[in-house]
Write a protein that binds this ligand. Structure first.
Ligand SMILES: Nc1ncnc2c1ncn2[C@@H]1O[C@H](COP(=O)(O)OP(=O)(O)O)[C@@H](O)[C@H]1O
Ligand SMILES: [Mg+2]
Length: 560
């Protein structure tokens, strides 16, 4: 079976930054600049305490000149801080924006090229959440929290260095008294935080996924009269999220102990200072520097730990995003030697096998040939594997075993664009994007113009059908084509096919009872389109089987 990784709901966060780095590498220049600006602005912040200390010493010594110098220093540092802070904020958010924009492009680009099998193997809500929600969370983190985290982390480091320079004795005393306690509180918090915040992120993702899915599947849910089942599912997700949030709040509360430590440290500091000042070991200004800086230090540590929780959340989101990116490697550049597909050719399948899940072949050992210009129906009961076979024949799935050749060329070796140009599948449920008929027809390789669209409409005998749509080619088809019936969607599919001018056309007939008028139009359109092409119709109506000269019967994944 082809290697298609299925994404884990709760990914491992181990080594996530190492795995993420390659995606950030293109932005390393601006990120370094942002970091330098951050360090500079933090240094200015820390220097404010020092300037105040100078001032206090000047006052106690009654030295006017020194006081003026201290005031000038203070003003200078405050102004520098203002400019540097602004500069670092701008650079940091610019770096974040660039990184995010790059990621968003990458995700969309890779999802657009992802093998059909990968997309089908995932909950749509989950992929949506990963490709939009996770990126939104990450944007928020990079824009707001990371700058904070960086600023506060640097403040702690630089303040400690400054205090050591002022009075290593007092600093060491403070460190000896309070660092073990602070570390113990942090360890207590950290012990619980990965599991707690991981659970919170997973619960949040699951809730959003279920919600998104129930929205897109709304019609299918209401139709069988079981919306309550989805409400039940959603409620279970919601309850889990609530419980996860409560737990996160409790773990966050452990950090309140820091407030207590801060008070004790200030008290200890004042008592030690009295003794040290008396012994002429310390100036009053230095004591002020210590009091101001110690408060800063504790505030910073508190903020840091609060941010650590959010950083954990961002880490889980990031891991889910990196999983998605890693699972969808960049499309290999088409080999320079990709063989050209001839304008017309035989379609030959040999010994095809395909399984959606390991060990359960849905197509088992199918060999079948459709010579150029062949007209055949594919028939069999529901679930026999017709649609899967059609996706294999049109190159939308890669077979686990066996080959599909067109004009003698293995589809795997040809460029996907050429395969789409030669072999077209019109699925049972043709996908219509929200917009006009012309916008939907433009969704064809080669960006056809209006004249080409008009010609296709005439070629397929659909002039009257288009004329009856309010607005003709510019008729609004509603949100995802809700104004069209299944048969009419297939008419749009046939028009798209006519614009591509393929050699092989595979039509998976709509199963819904077609109204006779639409059925007639479809028949005419198919008839007009088929000349000179190979036509394979997955037939759901006896009339179709009768009309076509040859029938291939499918039974439990084999040909009969
Ligand atoms: N995306 C999918 N994921 C897993 N199983 C699938 C998927 N699509 C089809 N199957 C299974 O493969 C079998 C063949 O389905 P399909 O090719 O759609 O048959 P048919 O078109 O003849 O009704 C069925 O058992 C179906 O449940
Ligand atoms: Mg089918």
């Amino acid at each position: 079976m082809a290697d298609i990784r299925v994404l884990a709901e709760e990914p491992s966060t181990a080594g996530v930054f190492r795995r993420f780095w390659p995606y950030l590498r293109p932005h390393r220049g601006i990120m370094s600049a942002a970091l330098v600006a951050s360090v500079a602005s933090t240094a200015a912040v820390v220097a404010i305490a020092a300037a105040i200390g100078q001032g206090v010493d000047a006052v106690t010594a009654g030295d006017r000149t020194r006081l003026w110098w201290a005031v000038a220093l203070l003003v200078g540092v405050v102004l520098a801080r203002l400019v540097l802070l602004r500069w670092s904020e701008v650079l940091l958010s610019e770096a974040g924006e660039r990184a995010i924009r790059g990621l968003r492009d990458l995700v969309v680009e890779r999802l657009a090229r992802a093998p059909l099998r990968f997309i089908e193997a995932h909950r749509t809500g989950d992929l949506l959440r990963r490709s939009t929600g996770e990126i939104a969370d990450l944007t928020l983190f990079l824009r707001d929290q990371l700058p904070n985290l960086l600023g506060v982390g640097l403040t702690v480091a630089l303040t400690t260095v400054m205090l050591l320079v002022y009075s290593w004795l007092l600093s060491l005393l403070l460190i000896a008294l309070f660092l073990p306690a602070a570390i113990a509180v942090l360890a207590w918090f950290n012990r619980a935080s990965p599991a707690t915040f991981g659970r919170q992120a997973a619960a949040d993702a699951a809730m959003t996924a279920t919600f998104t899915e129930s929205l897109t599947a709304q019609e299918a849910l209401v139709a069988p009269g079981r919306p309550d089942e989805w409400v039940r599912r959603f409620r279970a997700d919601n309850d889990e999220l609530l419980a996860a949030n409560d737990r996160a709040l409790a773990v966050q509360g452990r950090l309140e102990v820091f407030g207590l430590l801060e008070g004790l440290a200030t008290a200890a500091l004042l008592m030690l200072s009295v003794w040290l000042v008396r012994a002429d070991q310390l100036s009053v200004g230095t004591v002020v520097v210590f009091v101001v800086a110690t408060r800063n230090l504790f505030e910073s540590m508190l903020t840091l730990s609060g941010l650590a929780g959010q950083a954990q959340l961002a880490r889980v989101g990031l891991a889910r995003l990196v999983d998605l990116l890693d699972a969808l490697p960049p499309a290999d550049p088409p080999p320079a030697s990709a063989p050209d597909l001839p304008p017309r050719g035989d379609l030959v399948a040999e010994n095809l096998r395909y399984a959606y899940a390991d060990g359960a072949d849905v197509v088992c050992g199918v060999s079948v040939a459709f010579p150029t210009g062949d007209r055949a129906s594919l028939a069999g009961v529901t679930g026999s594997g017709k649609t899967t076979l059609a996706k294999l024949l049109t190159g939308l799935y890669e077979p686990d075993v066996g080959t599909v050749r067109y004009g003698g060329v293995d589809l795997r070796t040809a460029s996907p664009e050429q395969v789409r140009a030669r072999i077209v599948l019109i699925p049972q449920q043709v996908h219509i994007i929200s917009g006009t008929l012309a916008e939907n027809l433009a969704l064809t390789p080669g960006a056809p113009d209006r004249a080409a669209m008009q010609r296709a409409v005439e070629l397929l005998g659909l002039t009257e059908w288009v004329a009856r749509l309010p607005g003709g080619l510019d008729a609004d088809l509603g949100a995802r084509g809700e104004r069209l019936s299944a048969g009419e969607r297939q008419i749009v599919g046939l028009l798209r096919a006519a614009l591509v001018d393929p050699s092989v056309l595979v039509l998976d007939e709509a199963t819904a009872d077609l109204d006779p008028e639409v059925a007639g139009r479809l028949e005419t359109a198919v008839d007009r389109l088929r000349s000179g092409r190979t036509l394979i119709v997955i037939a759901h109506r006896p009339a179709t089987i009768e009309r076509l000269p040859r029938t291939v019967r499918v039974e439990a994944g084999r040909l009969r």
